[in-house]
Design a protein around this ligand. Structure first.
Ligand code: ATP
Ligand code: MG
Length: 434
């Protein structure tokens, strides 16, 4: 006997009607992005492993333990055996594409968005999966195109506030911080490393390791006992140089002028090595432990880190799975349910099946939502099926076919009406008739 096969741990099937909500989220995102003049980019789902090692960073959780990586054996002499990785995030792929297609040479800011699956071998739990979907965007370009301007940061944050509002997400919080330039970060890392020497032995195993390998990560620690210790650590803001402080001040002033609310979070340093200056998260209380709806920040040195020209940028990635969870919890899913089927066509006997398909085709071409029944069903079974799926049932028997007068029952009113075939589409399109 063969074993039952199931979706792999950390992956799942999305089924209707929930997929209607996914589609609504994606179409709202596309419409907001279009209004801000972003275009869509689609990069491959797998890339050379070196891309993530060099951009996300060797010491990060993602690269050190969460990636799905394999040796892709050469199939011909002309090919090399390569180490490939399922993308754990999409910014690296977008910046690689920016470099590969010399988009910087246009001299214009590139404003690109993506929607698609990402893969990380994490411990699956609510809001955390091994295959999950991100909706993200990047604004990147040569400095001459204004890519370093704090206006770009503020516009991206304002766009996100607009998008979350249009999605109907209630009660989000924008948490904002600055991690400064690469030099500021290096300085702060040193300060933290020293501050942690006497403290690390009292902290969790992860923090003891991070205190040496990547002190910034200590700020992400969620272990309750470590929290009071972390609160005493020096703040990154005090390690920023004047230019980084001025950049941050301009971002917050622009947000204030636009009326976008935010809170400062001194511990927000984010889990990827490439961030510089502005970092942010939008959180939601309803999500529990996995409370980040999205994260992002500025990455002024990323392009150069993977062999490209200077191309400062800022971007974000939203966890689409978490948007869905939040909206479902708000019971807004009702709104996104697919339009109820207008009519169920019930052929009376198998000999009427083909006439029923012809009628369904005629009605569907007018834009109506039609469910096609089955002639072998008894009338009672057709009525039961119709009542579950559609607003009305259209009976198609031999008499109806000959006379061209159809019988329609509207379930909401219980009224049965005789409708000439030529008027049927108009009748069904008017929900309250009958
Ligand atoms: P977290 O702190 O929740 O692990 P992160 O800092 O790893 O998030 P990013 O890499 O910045 O997150 O990804 C951006 C967003 O993608 C997150 O805010 C979250 O909404 C979503 N996300 C990240 N990892 C997962 C996952 N394993 N499953 C579902 N969504 C995820
Ligand atoms: Mg994570």
């Amino acid at each position: 006997m063969s074993q039952t096969l199931k979706a792999v741990r950390g992956t799942r099937d999305l089924l209707p009607p929930e997929t209607a909500l996914w589609n609504r989220i994606e179409s709202t995102a596309r419409s907001v992005f279009a209004r801000y003049n972003f275009g869509e980019i689609r990069t491959p789902v797998f890339e050379d492993t070196a891309l993530f090692a060099r951009s996300v960073g060797e010491e990060t959780d993602i690269v050190s333990k969460e990636m799905y990586t394999w040796e892709d054996r050469a199939r011909a002499q002309s090919e090399k055996t390569q180490t490939l990785t399922l993308r754990p995030e999409n910014t690296a792929g977008v910046v690689r594409a920016y470099i590969e297609h010399k988009l910087g040479e246009t001299g214009q800011l590139q404003k690109l968005y993506y929607i698609g699956p990402q893969f990380r071998r994490e411990r699956p739990q609510k809001g955390r999966y091994r295959q999950f979907s991100q909706i993200g965007a990047e604004v990147i370009g040569p400095p001459s195109a204004g890519s370093e301007s704090p206006l770009r940061d503020a516009e991206v944050l304002e766009m996100l506030a607009t998008l979350l509002d249009e999605l109907g997400i209630k009660g989000w919080t924008l948490e904002l911080n600055s991690v400064g330039s690469a030099a500021d970060r290096e300085r702060y890392n040193q300060t933290l490393r020293e501050a942690l020497i006497p403290l690390a032995p009292k902290m969790c195993v992860d923090c003891r390791r991070r205190a040496v390998t990547n002190p910034l990560r200590v700020l992400d620690c969620k272990v309750p006992e470590d929290q009071p210790i972390i609160e005493t650590l020096p703040r990154i803001y005090d390690s920023l140089d004047e230019a980084s402080k001025a950049h941050f001040a301009a971002v917050t002033a622009t947000l204030d002028a636009a009326g976008v609310p935010y809170t400062r979070n001194h511990r927000l340093v984010r889990g990827l090595d490439y961030y510089t200056r502005t970092t942010f998260e939008f959180t939601h209380g309803g999500l529990g432990a996995q409370n980040a709806l999205l994260g992002g920040g500025r990455y002024d040195g990323l392009s150069e880190a993977i062999g490209g020209p200077r191309a400062p940028g800022i971007g974000f990635a939203m966890g689409e799975d978490r948007l869905v969870l939040t909206l479902l919890a708000q019971e807004l899913n009702q709104k996104s349910a697919p339009p109820q089927v207008d009519a169920y066509i019930a052929p009376l006997g198998e000999s009427l099946n083909s006439a029923a398909l012809a009628l369904a085709r005629e009605l569907r071409h007018t834009g109506l939502y039609i469910e096609l029944g089955e002639g072998s069903f008894r009338l009672k079974k057709s009525f039961e099926a119709a009542d579950k799926t559609a607003r009305s049932i259209v009976i198609l028997g031999e008499d109806e076919l000959q006379s061209g007068i159809l019988t329609v029952k509207t379930f909401a009113t219980g009224v049965q009406t005789k409708v000439p075939r030529a008027e049927l589409a108009a009748f069904l399109a008017e929900p309250l008739k009958g």
